[in-house]
Design a protein around this ligand. Structure first.
Ligand SMILES: [Zn+2]
Length: 918
């Protein structure tokens, strides 16, 4: 969106000597014509696309006919090219001609994404897709253009460097310490880019008048505004365009006219790279890490909790593609069957959804519906490819039996649910979910009955967990013998239909014959059990390992005590008075705080008169599983939540009774508690957070962001127009004060309950608040307590109120833990599958071993297994691929250096390798 120039803030006191020296010559004004194209936002994609087609139609004519309109920046994202060509395929050569001549700059991104709310892989794939597509137009703009993103991740300089880019352009998030129009920006690993700072946004030169004198007046006023950021001799960047704006046909002539009438300024219509070539590089301020300041422009931090359903859908699709479909296909599907077209389609959907207005969901309800649909389709592709890869793995096994597959890079065991033959009493280390008796051995039927029954059997599936796994037929003078073996897993190649046809033929010939049916179906049990640790990307036979820390119900609440589950590693006791629980002796977990939110899709804003509901009216506790493998307890708390914020009184009014159901789950041998909360949201204009006490008060949080764990304090930087609300995003986990929370798409957290020290330095938070829901009713709004101006159109919306079912999943761990291992354990279940043998794969092994780093991606590129790893730690690490050789490649796939077995990866470094075939 277009920024309003902000006269109230600046880098410091005005210094008359700090301005550009215009005595020695004219000041260079680089005019970069462009449009900022939010592909979908307050209007749906197709509506904006129609405008885009008209814009590009006009642009092509203009540029072909008017050589003075020398350059156009097509917003740094290739998506607009594809969107245009879908309607105007005949104009591809015209676009290509302008791009090849250097007059039209496209890319490098496929789309201008949000950096905090999508996965690291989505950001990388976006850049790669943009560069790949842009190459067919003669190459992309070699500038990591980031004009409108709602803040910037710490690792962005490194991502850009890894793709061969050392310059970027940013606006939002730049901290108050930057007092120049550019700064050097470094990632935690030391990677550096020169960042051009769009002081007043990307529209400071939008809508230039036709009249040269009026342009001159505008320039003088702009220079005055920007003077504090400029040094003598600095050129000024004039971004001639803004949101969805068409090119101005008179630009060439008015620029020539202004140049002809004065010596103060020398204007040129140019490209962003050409401007950057003449802009200063020496003596620039230095900024390290993420850019999340609201000191100069709106950061819009509330987007992380707006439309939590979209964030959860993103999480599910990312997990399915990145953690399951890609690695399992790369490692277990034959090279020639790598499902590239499916994955390309899935990633195109993911990348389109990563657009800042799409994943942030600060958009019309139609747009958000489309976003959810794209995520659903990407998830369906991920789920289907995962199933196919597991089938390929199963078929490759040499031995028959129940196999367990670990799809993650960390060696680990875990709970599995399998169906086994029910022989004797269940052992002490398993938990029976259901049991089914065996069938009688044999029965004799007459031919007519059997003939009538044949139509009822379709294929080999007889029912849930019931399949014909073998069938055969024999015939003699006395009758027909059919033997059927029934098992719990489907088996390929069972000749059910062939035997049916043959039986039908024979019964037609001998209708009165006797049919002797022999059935073999052993009694079975569906059980929960624990699998011993399996190598990363490895497999083993199901072993039903002994439980070192079985789950016990220590107290069933019967004698007035609290329902208490423990496995010796973690103890959870429900407090029936408040609906909260005690974790390892520390009370107060799971307390729900419902308060008003009279903000919009961009920012949280408490109503003038708030009502906070933090105590349930009634609590019911129900014990579910009692161990030893899994224990669960369900807490249902009834609350009275206000209906909405009244527009006149700005107070919460009305009332709804709501039941919030929270299930706590403890598994054997696991040191954390899993939490699932669900309710049907009846209320508008409110925010629901769950409070999680910190074992130790803390002044810091450490949250996962792309390729890193980012340390943050208790405060944020803001300004009068946007309050510094210290809510922060975390990707999959956040830690503070000895607590680690792993969540599935609950991206927003805040450290609260602050114990003030004697000075600001010693403030400590005692609680982490995790946002479960933020429900508002306006795309944007005026006059909020946390943001004074609008951030988009003032459109009423129904979707962001989130009326209807809401679910939230997270897990809590107290004490030291490797958060990446915890994430794998919580979010990626071990996979079970039944093999019938016949392949060549041994009963135990690993398809890929990686040590010393975290794995971000495993896929195939150019026929080879490609692995992207990162080192989230502050010291160099040895990244090992035992037994393997390969090449380090950059994000364009260009080989950098070969390696054998291992290489050193710098602190906080990212590396991509292609492994030679074994
Ligand atoms: Zn935008």
């Amino acid at each position: 969106m277009s920024p309003a120039p902000d006269p109230t803030v600046g880098p410091g006191p005005f210094d008359p000597n700090a301005g550009p020296d215009r005595v020695g010559g004219a000041m260079t004004i680089a005019v970069v014509p462009h449009t900022h194209w939010d592909r979908e936002w307050y209007d749906p994609f197709q509506t904006f696309r129609m405008k885009l087609v008209h814009l590009v139609d006009g642009l092509l004519d203009q540029m072909e006919q008017d050589s003075s309109y020398r350059h156009f920046l097509l917003d740094g994202q290739v998506a607009v090219i594809d969107d245009y060509l879908e309607i105007r395929p005949e104009n591809e050569d015209r676009l290509r001609a302008l791009a090849s001549a250097g007059r039209l700059t496209i890319g490098p991104w496929y789309i201008l994404m949000d950096e905090f709310l999508v996965s690291a892989e989505t950001i990388v794939r976006n850049l790669q897709a943009g560069i790949r597509r842009g190459t067919s137009f003669g190459g992309v703009m070699e500038v990591g253009y980031l004009p409108d993103m709602f803040g910037h991740i710490a690792q962005m300089p490194q991502i850009l460097n890894e793709a061969g880019l050392d310059r970027t352009v940013v606006w939002r998030g730049v901290p108050s310490t930057v007092d120049r129009s550019a700064f050097n920006w470094t990632s935690p690993d030391g990677s550096e880019v020169r960042a051009e700072y769009l002081i007043a946004g990307y529209g400071n030169g939008a809508a230039l008048p036709k009249d040269a004198k009026a342009v001159l007046r505008r320039l003088r006023s702009l220079v005055e505004e920007f003077e504090p950021f400029l040094r003598p001799g600095d050129p000024l960047l004039l971004m001639n365009g803004t949101d969805h704006i068409r090119p101005q046909p008179w630009l060439g002539s008015v620029v020539a006219e202004v140049n002809g009438m004065q010596d103060e300024f020398e204007l040129s219509i140019t490209s962003l790279p050409d401007y950057l070539d003449i802009s200063p590089v020496d003596g620039l301020p230095h900024v390290a890490g993420e850019l999340r300041s609201g000191a100069r422009s709106n950061l819009l931090m509330g987007v992380g909790s707006n439309r939590v359903d979209v964030k959860q859908a993103a999480h599910r699709a990312e997990h399915s593609l990145e953690q399951l479909a890609e690695p399992l296909s790369a490692l277990f599907v034959p090279v020639g069957a790598w499902p590239a077209p499916f994955l390309e389609l899935a990633w195109k959907l993911m990348i389109r959804n990563s657009a800042h207005d799409s994943i942030c969901a600060c958009s019309a309800d139609d747009v958000v519906d489309a976003v959810l649909h794209r995520y659903a389709e990407a998830l369906h592709i991920g789920t289907g490819l995962t199933a196919e890869a597991v089938t390929a793995f199963t078929a490759s096994m040499a031995m028959p039996g129940v196999m367990v597959l670990n799809p993650t890079s960390h060696r680990r065991g875990g709970m599995v649910e399998v169906v086994v033959t029910a022989a004797g009493q269940p052992g002490p280390d398993i938990q029976v979910v259901s049991e089914r008796a065996g069938l009688p051995g044999s029965i004799t039927l007459d031919g007519t009955t059997v003939k009538n029954m044949l139509g009822l059997i379709q294929g080999s599936r007889l029912g849930h967990d019931t399949y014909v796994t073998d069938v055969s037929m024999a015939e003699d003078e006395s009758g027909l013998d059919i033997s059927i073996v029934i098992g719990t897993e489907p088996r390929d190649g069972v000749p059910v239909e062939e035997v049916k046809r043959e039986l039908y033929t024979r019964l037609t010939a001998r209708p009165e014959t006797e049919v002797r049916l022999a059935l073999e179906q052993p009694p079975v049990r569906r059980i929960l059990a624990r699998q011993s640790p399996i190598a990363g990307f490895g497999w083993a036979l199901f072993d039903g390992a002994p439980l070192s820390h079985p789950v016990r119900l220590l107290d069933d609440g019967g004698a007035g005590g609290s329902v208490t589950l423990s496995n010796g590693l973690v103890t959870v006791a429900v407090d029936a008075a408040f609906g909260t629980f005690t974790l390892n002796g520390l009370p107060g977990y799971g307390r729900l705080i419902d308060s008003g939110d009279h903000g919009d899709t961009y920012n949280y804003s408490p109503p003038l008169v708030d009502t906070v509901v933090d105590t349930p009216n009634a609590v019911a506790v129900v014990i579910g599983d009692r161990g030893p493998v899994r224990g669960t307890v369900t807490v249902t708390s009834s609350y009275s939540w206000p209906d909405r914020v009244d527009g006149t009184s700005k107070a919460r009014i009305g009332n709804h009774e709501v039941e919030v159901t929270t299930t706590l789950e403890v598994r054997a041998d696991e040191p954390m508690v899993r939490v699932h909360t669900e309710f049907v949201n009846p209320s508008r204009d409110h925010r629901l957070r769950v409070l999680l006490p910190l074992p130790e008060p803390s002044a810091h949080s450490a949250a996962e962001c792309a390729f890193a764990v980012i340390e943050r304090g208790l405060t944020a930087e803001g300004r009068a127009e946007e309050a510094p609300t210290p809510t922060f995003p975390s990707r999959r986990f956040v830690s503070s004060g000895g607590l680690t929370v792993v969540h599935a798409g609950l991206l927003e957290y805040e450290l609260v309950d602050i114990e003030r020290g004697t000075d600001g330095e010693s403030d400590r938070a005692k609680t982490l608040a995790l946002t479960l829901l933020r429900a508002t009713g306006m795309l944007s709004r005026l006059g909020m307590t946390t943001r004074s101006l609008t951030a988009g159109p003032m459109t009423p919306l129904e979707g962001p109120q989130m009326i209807g079912p809401v679910e939230a999943d997270y897990a809590i761990h107290v004490g030291d833990v490797d958060p990446f291992e915890l994430v794998d354990q919580v979010q990626t279940e071990l996979i079970t599958t039944t093999s019938f043998g016949g392949g060549g794969r041994p009963a135990e092994g690993a398809a890929l071993t990686v040590h010393g780093v975290e794995v971000s991606s495993v896929r195939r590129e150019a026929g080879l297994v490609e692995v992207r790893v990162f080192n989230p730690r502050a010291h160099p690490t040895l990244c090992e691929f035992p037994g393997r050789t390969g090449w380090l490649v950059d994000l364009r796939g260009l080989p950098q250096s070969p390696f054998e077995v291992s290489f050193e990866l710098r602190a906080f470094g990212i590396a991509t390798v292609r492994l030679n075939e074994e």
